[in-house]
Structures are given as structure tokens and as C-alpha cells.
Design a protein around this ligand. Structure first.
Ligand code: ATP
Ligand code: MG
Length: 471
């Protein structure tokens, strides 16, 4: 929300509310200020007083509106009482659907926690157990976890949820879908009945009803947006293209300047597109649930650090992932579900920035895609384009790829304990994330629900058939 302020006048109401006025402890306020975060966003102003007062809260705010701090700050404030967690007994839990999101949430909250003596740790699949286990044994206040790995750690007897005081479900509507619900229900049932529960999502809807009924007491709902509402600072384009031009159109858009996130439906679709783009001179990273965690972490780090300008991903990267400066989201396959559209699109135009979203549709996909967009509350500009059209360049910044195949850069050798892999700059406990998956991680192949949808259906143009389940 922007409010213009006359220089001679006192600031208008929202600007008067700072984090201290919301009741946040001073060390947290100071740490936020050092990061340049001084004025709470709307969802934070709306939810923090109730969350700080210990109430159960349902929070809905658009993509990129600052929900992580909206639940993270009250959670940390609650633990700022000087008490340490008992061995194997975390005091707070943040459950998220993907490993990357767990790492991101932990990165955002770690420095804040450190300022008040609260220690955070991730517990995610795809990486060895030993460091997670030893951290739990020493005692960790906040666990940021994906449900499958947390269930494994509990089964191994190294984690108990009896001391949990606050549980957050981020992307709560996804955590309540059929893939996650049984495990999430089981985990919540292990936390004390009177513990606080916070459910957040950009698309918080009736899908969470079962969890609300069973686990929330007199919850208060704060919505700063309707369940389906596009972000105002986002431009939406539906590009109607002939089938034979699809790859050329995708390649020219991917060759644009600026950071681009490209969503495809299947794992194989992602891999094929990355290979085809490399062949025409566009370096792109591919992210999906079929890759090792080492590769997933590396690919996202390269995109974050600007070493690749294009990230091609399945919906594994659609929810919650924040990368600064993504100026265009391209759906090479229109998502079927309006919620998927909003989350994918929400990787751009975050935190008040602007951004564009382009969806490609073949003639036969036009009607279905428009119906889906209408449900998402989006009225896109429709343009018929062919490869090389000036209109395509105007709308998306598309330009002709170089045609010089991208050379494959050799993957750096996995470093030993002395070094840190890419993307592990900030916290020493990160440097093992890059190691290959051990067999123990595959004990429960059905547990990881991240990749369900991306393996669900074939992608005729880029994929052909769903990739095998590689979890
Ligand atoms: N009060 C604030 N002032 C300035 N920047 C903020 C503030 N709150 C959050 N941010 C920044 O806004 C960005 C988006 O925040 P965040 O990832 O929490 O959004 P979100 O609502 O969880 O989005 P999504 O629905 O996609 O998960 C982050 O870079 C975060 O640091
Ligand atoms: Mg989020």
C-alpha cells in the first residue's frame, strides 16, 4: 500500500504504526531496521497484534505481501523469554510444503532469532539426517520443516512435539490438500491441544476447514485480499500462438533481458525445455522435484545470485519462493487451477514491485485458459502473436536468441567439510545441504508430496509423458 505524504504534514495512519507499536520486542525491531525493514506491511499490521496476543490466526495476504514476517515475528517474540528448548523438544514449528521454502523461511528468520537467543533449524528431506539430528539433540527452539522429514525424525525418536507452543502452516491451503493432509493432521495432533496455531496463505480458502475445525480455537481471520485476487502491480497477458511457433516464442521470451521464471507442468517438460533453450543459446536452470537436493539448491542459488537469468520450474517453485527482481513469469503450459496460476504469477511483482505475467495458449487452449483466469480474478490482455512479431518484443522484451549453443559448465566437485557449496554463505549449518541424497532419505518415497502435480500429466510439447517418481 502506498500513501502519498505531504512533506509539511504528519504521516498518515498506517505509517505511524511501526513494529514497536505493534508490540514487538526491541531487539527484533532493531534487527529489522538494520535490514531496512521499518514499516510493517498491511498483512503484518493486520495479523501481528492477535498473533502476539496468543490467538489462533488465519491470515490471507497476496503473494509477496510479507506473510513470512507476519507469522515469523510473533512466533519469535513468543519464544523470547530466555528459556532454551529441551533436547529433542522444539518449542515452535513452521510447516511448509517444499524444501526450498523451508530454507528460505529459515534464512529470513534466523538473524532475527539470533538477536533474541532463539535458534532455528531446518528439517527437510533430500539431505542427510545427521546434522538435523545432532541439532535436535542439542536443543533447537524453532524447527522449519517439511512434513515428511519431520515425521521421520519423530519416528526415529529424535524429535517430540510435546513442548510446541506455536505451530505455523505456511501455504496452509496446500498443506491441507490430500497429498499433505494425513501427515499434517498427524503432526498437529502430536502438538499440545492448547498450543497456538497460525495458518497463512495467499489463497487461504475453504480447503483448510478440516484443519481449522479440529485444531484451531476461536480463530480470528485477517484477509487483506480476497481468496482469488491478482496483485494490482502485475500485468497479465494471454499470448495466443500457433502450435508450430511455441518453442520459438518461448526461446525469444527466455532470451529477454531481466530475470524470468518459466513454469512448465512436468519434470520432463522442464528438462526438455532447459536442453532446447541451451541449444539455441539461452542458459537456463531447471528446478523440479526429480532432481537431487544438491542440484535443486545449486540451481536456485545460481538464479538468486544472477548467474542464470532464467529459471524453468515445475510448481515446486510456485509457492512462497522469493527471488528479487523477477520481472516476468511465463507459463509455457497454462495451469489448470486458478490457485496455481496466482502462486506461479506471484513470483513477480513482490513487495510492492511491478511485474508481468505471460501465459501461452494454443488456439484450442484459449477458452479453458480464459475460464481459469476468470476464476483467478484476472482479465488478461489478449494478443495473437507469432515468433518474431514486434508485438511479442513489446509485451515481453523478447529478442532473438544468439543461436550459439550454451556450453555445459562442469559441475564443481562436491566440497568437503572445509568448504561451502554455492548458496551456503550465511550460516555454517547450511554447508551440508549440498551433499547427495543418501539411501536413508528414500525410505518413504511416498512421503514427499512436493512432486505430485508435476508428475501428474504429460506435456505434449515439451514433455510427452510424466516423469517417473524419483522421490
Ligand atoms: N515490512 C516490510 N518492509 C519491507 N519489506 C518487507 C516487509 N515485509 C516483508 N518484506 C519483504 O517482502 C518480500 C516478500 O515477503 P514474503 O516472502 O514474506 O511474501 P509472502 O506474502 O510470504 O508471499 P508468498 O505468498 O509468495 O509466499 C521479502 O523480500 C521480504 O523481505
Ligand atoms: Mg510466503
Amino acid at each position: 500500500m502506498t500513501t502519498s505524504i505531504d512533506p509539511g504534514m504528519p504521516p498518515s495512519a498506517p505509517e505511524l504504526v511501526d513494529f514497536a507499536a505493534l508490540g514487538l520486542p526491541q531487539p527484533l525491531v532493531r534487527t529489522l531496521a538494520r535490514q531496512g525493514i521499518t514499516t510493517p506491511f498491511e498483512i503484518q499490521r493486520a495479523t501481528m497484534p492477535d498473533a502476539l496476543a496468543g490467538r489462533d490466526v488465519l491470515g490471507r495476504g497476496q503473494t509477496g505481501s510479507g506473510k513470512t514476517l507476519a507469522f515469523g515475528l510473533p512466533l519469535l517474540a513468543r519464544l523470547a523469554d530466555g528459556e532454551r528448548a529441551r533436547s529433542r523438544h522444539p518449542r515452535a514449528l513452521v510447516l511448509v510444503p517444499t524444501r526450498e521454502l523451508a530454507m528460505q523461511v529459515s534464512d529470513a528468520l534466523f538473524p532475527l532469532g539470533r538477536a533474541i537467543g532463539v535458534f532455528l533449524r531446518t528439517a527437510v528431506g533430500g539431505v542427510p539426517y545427521d546434522r538435523q539430528i545432532s541439532a535436535l539433540r542439542r536443543g533447537v527452539e524453532v524447527l522449519v520443516a517439511t512434513p515428511g522429514r519431520l515425521a521421520d525424525l519423530i519416528e526415529r525418536g529424535v524429535c517430540r512435539l510435546d513442548d510446541i507452543e506455536v505451530t505455523v502452516l505456511d501455504e496452509a491451503d496446500q498443506m491441507a490438500d490430500m497429498g499433505f493432509l494425513p501427515e499434517v493432521t498427524e503432526l498437529l495432533a502430536k502438538t499440545p491441544a492448547d498450543a497456538q496455531r497460525l495458518l497463512f496463505s495467499a489463497t487461504l480458502d475453504r480447503d483448510v476447514d478440516a484443519l481449522v475445525r479440529r485444531f484451531m480455537t476461536d480463530p480470528v481471520t485477517h484477509s487483506t485480499a480476497p481468496p482469488t485476487a491478482a496483485v494490482e502491480t502485475m500485468d497479465h497477458h494471454l499470448l495466443l500462438i500457433p502450435p508450430q511457433d511455441k518453442f520459438s516464442v518461448v526461446a525469444s521470451i527466455a532470451a529477454r533481458e531481466g530475470r524470468t521464471m518459466v513454469f512448465a507442468r512436468t519434470q520432463l517438460g522442464v528438462d526438455r525445455l532447459v536442453g532446447q533453450l541451451a541449444a539455441v543459446g539461452v542458459r537456463a536452470g531447471g528446478l523440479h522435484g526429480g532432481k537431487t537436493q544438491r542440484m535443486r539448491t545449486r540451481t536456485l542459488a545460481e538464479f538468486r545470485e544472477g548467474r542464470t537469468n532464467v529459471l524453468v520450474a515445475t510448481d515446486v517453485a510456485a509457492r512462497g519462493i522469493h527471488v528479487d527482481g523477477v520481472s516476468l513469469v511465463l507459463h509455457v503450459d497454462p495451469p489448470k487451477d486458478p490457485k496455481d496460476y496466482l502462486h506461479r504469477a506471484g513470483r513477480t511483482a513482490r513487495a510492492g514491485e511491478t511485474g508481468a505475467v505471460a501465459t501461452l495458449a494454443l488456439p484450442k487452449q484459449r477458452r479453458g485458459t480464459l475460464a481459469m483466469l476468470e476464476k483467478a480474478g484476472v482479465a488478461p490482455a489478449q494478443t495473437r502473436v507469432r515468433a518474431g512479431d514486434p508485438a511479442l518484443a513489446e509485451l515481453t522484451g523478447a529478442r532473438e536468441p544468439s543461436g550459439v549453443p550454451v556450453r555445459d559448465e562442469p559441475e564443481p566437485e562436491p566440497r568437503r567439510r572445509a568448504g561451502r557449496p554455492d548458496g551456503a554463505r550465511r550460516f555454517p549449518d547450511r554447508h551440508r545441504r549440498g551433499e547427495p541424497v543418501r539411501s536413508g532419505d528414500r525410505r518413504h518415497p511416498g512421503r514427499s508430496t512436493e512432486g505430485r502435480s508435476e508428475r501428474r500429466s504429460g506435456d505434449r510439447r515439451f514433455g510427452g509423458r510424466p516423469a517417473a517418481n524419483t522421490y
